[in-house]
Design a protein around this ligand. Sequence first.
Ligand code: SF4
Length: 284
Amino acid sequence: MRILRATHLGMCFGVRDAITLALDHAAAGPLTILGDLVHNPTVLNTLESKGIAVAPDVAHAGTPTVMVTAHGTSERTLARTRALGLTVVDATCPLVHVAHRAVAALARDGYHVVIVGQRDHVEVRGLTGDLDRFDVVLEEDDVLALEEHPRLGVAAQTTQSAERVEHLVDLIRRRFSHSDVRFVDTVCKPTKERQSAAVEMARQADVVVVVGGRSSNNTRELVNTCARYARVHHVESDEDVRAEWFDAARVVGLTAGTSTPDEVIDRVEARIRLCAEASAGQLR
Ligand code: SF4
């Protein structure tokens, strides 16, 4: 059995920088992160072990310094937080800032903003938090429920599947053929690289293991993408890997979401290798 790693996988620079920033600030004084810095239990456990608190919102923050996660937040929320006298450490990924600027420009130019993404995801709440009117779409039915506007400005959650975004934008254009539809592609480069590398890998694999947090959007997107080409198993750590998944598999593909640390991926790979050796031993 051969293990085939996707050429792009795992933690992106945005998440890596946010973790470094959190650890630097925690060394200087107490820090509360507002929401999950990343959707990965291993990373969250590490932060907790350094005494970093996590609170769902400012109302529950117990330290004078709070951190906005890599997913970003709205200007309104930032202003409300600062008005409470709290110091804000901003770990928003630069590529999320790009998406914020794109959305602000669409609204400023008179476009009704439509975001392709998950309505309740923290990044989408941040992208739409400064808008009075907007829509969020994720499925074709959401597009069918949209009202007509003379100008529609479409942007995407940075971790959405590029294919899904393209499809829904196309549907919006066809449905509102008399409207001026402007699309700004805000799916980030690391997400696109991981998605296309996952397709390339999954096409050659019998079984694919995707490593990442259960609530990580980009990990789920990788699972869905790979499932079109091979049997897929989503694991959070090496402890989730089961030997029977690899019976009769010649090629096992491996990829991971953008908040998965390298050491977690390495441990999963080692465990897959162990399973393969054990099953080869039984056949001998
Ligand atoms: S997934 Fe993309 S937007 Fe999100 S933190 Fe990573 S690089 Fe930034």
